[in-house]
Design a protein around this ligand. Structure first.
Ligand code: BGC
Length: 715
């Protein structure tokens, strides 16, 4: 997306602003300040460039301030009419997976492997948020996460750099739209690719923790999604909380300036994460706020979120030349450019439209489709599913049967529990009370005796809803053990012992340990927190009225101790060695896995050419696939590369391409998948991108264990 040129008005403003006002542009204040009068006075003085519409850190899991459009317009009026140069404020808020219409969490959206769905969900969120006066969202989170203990695994798109990059870029497009100059009028938001960088590698899955990432892994795993989001026009990025190889990114010139701004050519604005500048003191690289400010601004950070190191110290630092005027002006230019691009100078206010604050039928129906399609069918023995309301009586039970807020997911600041459709409501509305028996109990053994009782009294099948509340994940909430909360697996096992068909719906914000559930249940459907339409969406998937099309964007381990476990691992020098004495080396479920109500078979992979010399070309792979079942369905064809010999060891497989194809029963197709040859490349020892000549193997199939293969020679 070409950025319009606003150099003239920006330079014009720069010549007029006082140093204090320039510093003000680099400060993002909390909208909820104890002293409202003081907030207004500071806006009036031009000392605030932006407001974050949140009250506390780790905002996703706490109740947050909601300012009315009237309040926001009034603060904006002060900035425009009463501050010395009338520069509008920019309002930021974490609009992560929906706004009032809460969509499935990002990890859930990632199960779609569908850019258009992610784009639509992000655009719908932007529309609602922009009607509330928000200009800027702190999303998408494109941290690679390979540790489901980390609570924030739920906010990202999973473990794979290629998939995360594609879906992150789609989110950017959904938020920002494709016309920069009309973003605001069209109900779009400025996006923010976060967290730069490496945050997802936190030691032990402990939030905010230390990360150690080699140059090789940084470039090949953690950076590609950022590269992609920036290529798709993302206007802002956020520096992360973690320290990386001894350097917190918020204070790292190498990361922010050399890598992000120079190497990736990022011309937008970098905002710190919440108080991450002052946190340089806790990291032990600054003694006080003045040092923290000097380090951060010289590193290339442009705006400080909520802490006040810049405000307190930049004037002195300029005076002593510890910070140059050029750097200050560069940061101010970047902030102003965002405000100009977004159209804030032309149109600073938000129209008051109470109707736009309500959930529209269109948004609800998107949320429902998203919740249904992203559900992942993990087991379906003897076609237990789809469920049929005519199948007799169904016992519905389990701790997540009749909950609302826990289905929303972690970042649902504008969502309301009351808007969420519980699983029980969905069933009751669709089937009527006579078809179902329910048993809600906190005491699992009591639930069990009821199940036994019903087995004797005309119940034909059981659907049990287990999993975790959304507040068990997200920022600041990690777990040391991926087991389900106590008692749930035992309950499922005992229900299985009743002997009726047993369907288990697991709702969670991360991969949980479900081996025992998979073993004893007849069917298992997994849903990452599905948002306000989780109830109806999951019911649609269970009945097959919408096809559950989820495919895992992250590997499911058998045991917590296997972490990190991901498909793109290295072969090692001893691939034959047992990883553990008491555990299988393989994961429980591979990346890319997901069943369908029909079945597919991939029988042939052919490449249009076996040799290629121009690395800017694409190879045409053709995969022969057949629907071997009795229903129509969508197959996700996945193609993985393998580079047997290269100058640096490479992952045993890397995702190169994927494509959905719809097939009716018995239908065969040769699916043509174009694979740009540069998908086979990597960043070498010198940080250069190379496709090294030699032989490659391409694998095709329905998950990351794909067996079909073909060889390709790159000259
Ligand atoms: C989170 C960010 C978020 C910011 C603002 C931080 O605690 O790490 O992802 O955007 O708060 O709420």
């Amino acid at each position: 997306m070409p950025t319009p040129n606003f150099d003239k008005p920006i330079e014009n403003l720069l010549t007029q602003l006082s140093t204090r006002e320039k510093i003000g542009q680099l400060f993002q204040e909390k909208a909820e300040c104890e002293d409202r009068e003081d907030l207004r006075a500071r806006i009036r003085a031009g000392e605030i460039g932006s407001l974050i519409l949140a009250s506390t850190p780790f905002a996703g899991n706490e109740t947050q301030i909601t300012l009315s459009v009237e309040d926001l317009n009034e603060l904006q009026r002060i900035a425009i009419e009463e501050s010395p140069h009338g520069i509008p404020l920019i309002y930021g808020r974490d609009i992560i997976h929906g706004c009032r219409t809460v969509m499935p969490v990002p990890l859930g959206q990632a199960c779609s492997w569908d850019e258009s769905l992610v784009r639509e969900c992000s655009a719908a969120a932007a529309k609602e948020a922009s009607a509330r006066g928000v200009h800027w969202t702190f999303s998408p989170m494109i941290d690679i996460s390979r540790d489901p203990r980390w609570g924030r695994v739920v906010e990202g798109y999973g473990e794979d750099p290629f998939l995360v990059g594609r879906l992150g870029a789609a989110a950017v497009e959904g938020y920002q739209g494709d016309q920069l100059h009309s973003m605001k009028q069209n109900g779009h938001l400025i996006a923010c690719a976060k967290h730069f960088i490496g945050y997802g590698a936190s030691e032990g899955g402990r939030d905010y923790n230390t990360t150690e990432i080699t140059e090789h892994t940084l470039r090949n795993v953690y950076m590609p999604p950022f590269r992609k989001a920036l290529e798709h026009g993302c206007l802002t990025t956020m520096s992360s909380f973690n320290e990386l190889n001894g350097e917190p990114p918020s204070g790292s010139h190498r990361l922010l300036t050399e890598l992000l701004k120079e190497e990736l050519g990022f011309a937008g604005m970098i905002v710190s994460d919440w108080a991450a500048v002052t946190e340089l003191i806790a990291h032990g690289i600054a003694a006080n706020n003045s040092e923290a400010a000097r380090i951060a601004i010289n590193a290339g950070l442009d705006m400080e979120m909520v802490s006040r190191a810049f405000l307190e110290s930049l004037e002195d630092l300029l005076e002593t030349e510890a910070v140059s005027l050029e750097r200050l002006d560069d940061a101010v230019r970047r902030v102003l450019r965002i405000k100009f691009c977004f159209g804030l100078f032309d149109d600073p206010y938000t129209a008051i439209r109470p109707e736009a604050l309500e959930i529209t039928p269109k948004a609800r129906s998107l949320a429902r489709r998203a919740a249904a399609e992203t559900s992942i069918l993990l087991k379906n023995e003897g076609s237990t599913l789809p469920l049929s309301p005519t199948a007799g009586k169904t016992l519905l039970t389990g701790p997540l049967l009749n909950v609302q807020k826990p289905l929303l997911g972690t970042w649902a600041m504008d969502g309301r529990g009351a808007d969420a459709c519980a699983y029980l409501t969905a069933f009751t509305d669709a089937w009527g009370p006579e078809k179902i028996l329910t048993h809600e109990t906190a005491l699992m053994d009591q639930g069990l005796s009821i199940a036994h009782h019903h087995a004797l009294n005309g119940v034909d099948q059981i659907v049990v809803f287990v999993g975790e509340d959304s507040s068990r994940g997200g920022e600041h909430y990690s777990v040391s053990d991926l087991s389900l909360p106590p008692g749930q697996v035992e309950y499922v096992e005992q229900l299985a012992a009743v002997g009726l068909p047993l369907i288990v719906v697991v709702t969670a914000g991360r991969p949980l340990l479900i081996e025992r559930i998979l073993r004893c249940a007849n069917a298992v459907l997994y849903s990452f927190h599905g948002g306000i339409e989780a109830g109806r969406g999951v019911l649609d998937a269970l009945t097959g009225s919408t096809e559950p099309r989820g495919r895992l964007p992250i590997t499911f381990p058998r045991a917590t101790g296997q972490i990190p476990i991901y498909y793109g691992r290295k072969n090692t020098g001893r691939p034959w060695s047992n990883a553990y004495v008491e555990q299988l080396p393989s994961p429980l479920l591979p990346f890319g896995f997901g069943l369908s109500y029909t079945s597919f078979e991939c029988t042939e992979l052919t490449l249009a050419n076996e040799r290629i010399s121009n690395t800017s070309d694409s190879i045409r792979a053709s995969v022969h696939v057949r629907n071997t079942g009795e229903r129509s369905g969508h197959a996700l064809i996945q193609i993985y590369g393998h580079d047997p010999v290269s100058s640096l060891s490479r992952p045993i497989r890397f995702l190169c391409a994927y494509q959905w194809v719809e097939l009716s029963p018995g239908e065969n197709k040769d699916v043509i998948v174009p694979i740009p040859v540069n998908r086979l490349g990597f960043y070498d020892r010198n940080g250069s991108f190379v496709v090294e000549p030699g032989e490659f193997i391409l694998y095709a199939g329905l998950d990351s264990n794909a067996k079909l293969h073909a060889r390709l020679r790159v000259d």
